[in-house]
Design a protein around this ligand. Structure first.
Ligand SMILES: [Fe+2]
Length: 210
């Protein structure tokens, strides 16, 4: 499985393409801002887009979904049901992203980890060694929890889940804030929020995010 990271738009968002090298089946995670760059990469590599995966429904992560569904109305768009209410435009083939289940897209299989807190339906996607963390976990930071639908308590529980992921797993966040990528091993050491969650320090975590 291969991954390409694209920094797009005025808020340093990341969109990702993940594909299988043998079948050339591909998925796009959080398509936004400049879909023509994603489309050019797909075309140049001979890749076939099988699904859209959304980490959550904030507009800066989903504003190019329609670019792809306009070309293929049957293209599955996965989003956790708790975030469906936030969509301004509902994709024609909207599908859930269910905690603990795997999304199959051609030859690709991506795991879903429900990590609410930033939004009620925030998820991380697991593909091989890569974890796509959306606005839940950034390099050295955590997502905002002062927005409508945010919950600091839920984010703590989500960070406890994330702190259990293997040290070798790679972090691919939803924005380029303090860096573009890292590993869980490094983040468990240097990300205050992950560190507090790993140590079970709920009160300190809640104080730190407030
Ligand atoms: Fe967000």
């Amino acid at each position: 499985m291969k991954t390409e990271q694209f920094k797009l738009g005025p808020m340093d968002n990341f969109s990702y393409l993940v594909w299988d090298e043998d079948t050339l089946d591909a998925v796009v995670i959080d398509p936004a801002w400049q879909p023509e760059k994603l489309a050019a990469f797909l075309e140049a590599g001979g890749l076939t887009l099988r699904a859209v995966l959304l980490t959550h429904a904030h507009p800066d992560h989903v504003n190019a979904v329609a670019f792809f569904t306009a070309r293929d109305k049957a293209l599955p768009v996965h989003l956790h049901e708790a975030d469906h209410f936030m969509l301004e435009t509902v994709p024609p083939a909207l599908k859930p992203a269910v905690d603990g289940e795997k999304i199959e897209a051609g030859a690709l299989k991506l795991g879903v980890l429900h990590t609410p807190g930033h939004t009620p339906g925030s998820v991380c996607y697991l593909a091989g060694n890569a974890v796509f963390t959306g606005d839940t976990l950034f390099i050295g930071e955590c997502g905002r929890v002062d927005l409508p639908g945010s919950s600091p308590e839920a984010l703590y529980s989500s960070f406890v889940k994330l702190a259990a992921l293997p040290d070798a797993a790679a972090v691919f966040p939803g924005h380029s804030y303090n860096g573009d990528t890292s590993t869980f091993g490094v983040q468990k050491e240097y990300n205050l929020y992950l560190k507090l969650a790993r140590q079970g320090r709920r009160a300190d975590f809640l104080k730190a995010v407030s």
